[in-house]
Design a protein around this ligand. Structure first.
Ligand code: DX5
Ligand code: ZN
Length: 215
């Protein structure tokens, strides 16, 4: 079964509550929250107060993607704000083992993200400790970018590593997901599809979520 995580980065922030209700009533599995600091990535999105507001009305677990430098500083606050999953970037964590354990100490699922240029092999010594790997299929920072096809090969390679060392670990892919790229990713072994613009720019977002899930 594929899990679907709509990214609210592409939601209408003038009516965020309405968009969260749409996700609540849809077949989505998680609500993906993109946190950008304008330093690690060339864009600023939203922070802890918005996550708290989303949490108040969300009936699905919050999947919080931290695109920020020094994420350790904010892990406790995002956990308290209601994150069920916290993803940190490999590229921002010099002491990744410590960071992953810190996330788990908060009672939150720990996930590690790789940028498109970062090879899957860097996860060899951490894969047994984590609950999910997030593979970026675009350079992080913006919604609506074009899918990088190399990601499909990375999913296959990661799947092998997961089979050997931690079969319960999920693979999530983020960026440029639509019916076509989503199908390739699922066939390669992806468990969770993040979709932002494809869901929110469609005529019927709830139906798009349902169709992605059924692929
Ligand atoms: C990109 C974010 C994504 C973004 C995906 O930096 O991490 O979650 O919302 O947007 P789409 O699905 O439009 O590529
Ligand atoms: Zn994301």
């Amino acid at each position: 079964m594929t899990y679907i995580a709509p990214s609210i980065l592409s939601a209408d922030f003038n009516q965020l509550g309405k968009d969260i209700m749409m996700i609540n009533e849809s077949e989505a599995d998680f609500i993906h929250c993109d946190i950008m600091d304008g330093v690690f990535v060339p864009n600023i999105s939203f922070g802890i107060p918005i996550v708290e507001h989303v949490k108040r009305i969300a009936t699905k677990p919050l999947d919080v993607h931290l695109m920020i430098i020094d994420p350790d500083k904010y892990i406790e606050e995002f956990s308290k704000a209601g994150a069920s999953w916290l993803t940190v970037h490999y590229e921002t964590c010099p002491h990744l083992h410590r960071t992953v354990n810190y996330i788990k100490e908060q009672g939150v699922k720990a996930s590690v993200c790789l940028n498109p240029h970062t090879p899957v092999s860097v996860l060899e010594n951490i894969i047994s400790e984590i609950d999910m790997v997030l593979l970026m299929s675009v350079n992080p920072g913006f919604g609506g970018q074009e899918f990088i096809p190399l990601t499909v090969r990375k999913v296959k390679e990661l799947k092998k590593m997961i089979r050997d060392y931690n079969p319960g670990c999920l693979i999530e892919v983020d960026g440029g997901v639509n019916y076509e790229t989503g199908k390739m990713l699922i066939d390669a072994g992806t468990d969770v599809l993040v979709a932002g613009s494809f869901v929110f720019k469609s005529d019927d977002p709830a139906d798009t979520i349902a169709r992605l899930k059924r692929m």
